[in-house]
Design a protein. Sequence first.
Length: 145
Amino acid sequence: MKLYWVSFLLFFYCSLNVCAYSSVIYQEKVPRKIQVFLDKHFSKYEIEKLKYEAKGGDCKVKYTNGIKVKFDHNGDWEEVESDYTPLPKSIIDILPHPAIDFIARNYPRRPILKIKRKSDRYEVELDRSLDIEFDNRGNILKVDN
Protein backbone atom coordinates (compact mmCIF):
# COMPACT_ATOMS: atom_id res chain seq x y z
CA MET A 1 0.00 0.00 0.00
CA LYS A 2 2.86 2.32 0.85
CA LEU A 3 4.42 1.67 -2.57
CA TYR A 4 1.10 2.61 -4.18
CA TRP A 5 1.05 6.01 -2.44
CA VAL A 6 4.69 6.70 -3.22
CA SER A 7 4.06 5.89 -6.89
CA PHE A 8 0.98 8.10 -6.96
CA LEU A 9 2.79 11.04 -5.36
CA LEU A 10 5.75 10.66 -7.71
CA PHE A 11 3.44 10.62 -10.75
CA PHE A 12 1.52 13.66 -9.45
CA TYR A 13 4.74 15.59 -8.79
CA CYS A 14 6.10 14.81 -12.26
CA SER A 15 2.82 15.87 -13.88
CA LEU A 16 2.95 19.22 -12.10
CA ASN A 17 6.54 19.76 -13.17
CA VAL A 18 5.72 19.07 -16.84
CA CYS A 19 2.83 21.57 -16.76
CA ALA A 20 4.96 24.17 -14.99
CA TYR A 21 7.82 23.62 -17.43
CA SER A 22 5.49 24.10 -20.45
CA SER A 23 4.14 27.27 -18.86
CA VAL A 24 7.64 28.67 -18.35
CA ILE A 25 8.64 27.88 -21.94
CA TYR A 26 5.40 29.44 -23.18
CA GLN A 27 5.87 32.67 -21.25
CA GLU A 28 9.61 33.11 -21.71
CA LYS A 29 10.61 31.48 -25.00
CA VAL A 30 7.63 31.37 -27.39
CA PRO A 31 7.38 34.49 -29.59
CA ARG A 32 4.59 36.93 -28.79
CA LYS A 33 2.96 36.40 -32.21
CA ILE A 34 2.41 32.71 -31.41
CA GLN A 35 1.21 33.49 -27.90
CA VAL A 36 -1.39 35.95 -29.23
CA PHE A 37 -2.71 33.37 -31.73
CA LEU A 38 -2.92 30.61 -29.12
CA ASP A 39 -4.49 32.88 -26.50
CA LYS A 40 -7.10 34.11 -28.99
CA HIS A 41 -8.20 30.68 -30.21
CA PHE A 42 -7.30 28.21 -27.46
CA SER A 43 -7.27 30.07 -24.13
CA LYS A 44 -9.84 27.76 -22.56
CA TYR A 45 -7.77 24.64 -23.28
CA GLU A 46 -4.87 23.24 -21.29
CA ILE A 47 -1.49 22.70 -22.95
CA GLU A 48 -0.32 19.09 -22.72
CA LYS A 49 2.90 19.42 -24.69
CA LEU A 50 4.84 22.36 -26.05
CA LYS A 51 7.87 22.12 -28.30
CA TYR A 52 9.63 25.28 -29.39
CA GLU A 53 12.89 25.20 -31.31
CA ALA A 54 14.62 28.51 -30.71
CA LYS A 55 17.21 27.83 -33.41
CA GLY A 56 14.72 27.19 -36.22
CA GLY A 57 11.74 29.00 -34.73
CA ASP A 58 9.31 26.14 -35.32
CA CYS A 59 6.70 25.54 -32.64
CA LYS A 60 4.28 22.69 -31.96
CA VAL A 61 1.58 22.74 -29.30
CA LYS A 62 -0.66 19.89 -28.22
CA TYR A 63 -3.65 20.42 -25.96
CA THR A 64 -5.20 17.90 -23.58
CA ASN A 65 -8.32 17.70 -25.76
CA GLY A 66 -6.27 16.40 -28.72
CA ILE A 67 -5.95 19.64 -30.70
CA LYS A 68 -2.48 20.23 -32.19
CA VAL A 69 -1.17 23.50 -33.65
CA LYS A 70 1.97 23.87 -35.73
CA PHE A 71 3.79 27.13 -36.50
CA ASP A 72 6.57 27.91 -38.96
CA HIS A 73 9.80 29.78 -38.26
CA ASN A 74 8.06 33.16 -38.78
CA GLY A 75 5.44 32.41 -36.13
CA ASP A 76 2.68 31.90 -38.70
CA TRP A 77 0.33 28.99 -38.12
CA GLU A 78 0.67 26.19 -40.65
CA GLU A 79 -1.70 23.55 -39.35
CA VAL A 80 -4.43 23.07 -36.78
CA GLU A 81 -5.52 19.48 -36.29
CA SER A 82 -7.56 17.40 -33.90
CA ASP A 83 -7.81 13.69 -33.38
CA TYR A 84 -11.45 13.80 -32.32
CA THR A 85 -12.50 17.27 -31.10
CA PRO A 86 -14.02 19.60 -33.72
CA LEU A 87 -11.90 22.69 -34.23
CA PRO A 88 -13.06 25.91 -32.54
CA LYS A 89 -15.26 28.25 -34.58
CA SER A 90 -12.66 31.01 -34.31
CA ILE A 91 -10.21 28.80 -36.25
CA ILE A 92 -12.78 27.88 -38.88
CA ASP A 93 -13.56 31.58 -39.34
CA ILE A 94 -9.97 32.10 -40.54
CA LEU A 95 -10.92 30.34 -43.79
CA PRO A 96 -12.15 32.52 -46.68
CA HIS A 97 -15.93 33.08 -46.51
CA PRO A 98 -16.74 31.15 -49.72
CA ALA A 99 -14.97 28.09 -48.24
CA ILE A 100 -16.92 28.39 -44.97
CA ASP A 101 -20.19 28.77 -46.92
CA PHE A 102 -19.40 25.74 -49.10
CA ILE A 103 -18.70 23.51 -46.11
CA ALA A 104 -21.76 24.76 -44.18
CA ARG A 105 -24.05 24.26 -47.19
CA ASN A 106 -22.75 20.86 -48.35
CA TYR A 107 -21.52 19.24 -45.12
CA PRO A 108 -23.50 20.89 -42.29
CA ARG A 109 -23.15 18.06 -39.78
CA ARG A 110 -19.54 17.10 -40.48
CA PRO A 111 -17.04 18.65 -38.09
CA ILE A 112 -13.78 20.12 -39.34
CA LEU A 113 -10.86 18.24 -37.81
CA LYS A 114 -7.92 19.75 -39.68
CA ILE A 115 -6.96 22.92 -41.51
CA LYS A 116 -3.59 23.19 -43.19
CA ARG A 117 -2.49 26.51 -44.62
CA LYS A 118 -0.11 26.65 -47.55
CA SER A 119 1.09 29.73 -49.43
CA ASP A 120 -1.54 29.35 -52.15
CA ARG A 121 -4.32 27.26 -50.60
CA TYR A 122 -6.06 25.75 -47.60
CA GLU A 123 -6.47 22.02 -47.09
CA VAL A 124 -9.47 21.13 -44.94
CA GLU A 125 -10.24 17.70 -43.53
CA LEU A 126 -13.70 16.84 -42.27
CA ASP A 127 -14.58 13.76 -40.30
CA ARG A 128 -14.55 10.40 -42.08
CA SER A 129 -11.55 11.48 -44.19
CA LEU A 130 -13.26 13.94 -46.51
CA ASP A 131 -10.58 16.33 -47.82
CA ILE A 132 -11.34 19.63 -49.54
CA GLU A 133 -8.81 22.06 -50.99
CA PHE A 134 -9.56 25.75 -51.48
CA ASP A 135 -7.46 28.51 -52.97
CA ASN A 136 -6.77 31.65 -50.92
CA ARG A 137 -10.05 33.19 -52.12
CA GLY A 138 -12.13 30.18 -51.08
CA ASN A 139 -12.65 28.70 -54.53
CA ILE A 140 -12.81 24.89 -54.56
CA LEU A 141 -9.75 23.22 -56.04
CA LYS A 142 -10.42 19.62 -55.11
CA VAL A 143 -12.84 17.41 -53.15
CA ASP A 144 -11.49 13.99 -52.20
CA ASN A 145 -13.76 11.41 -50.52
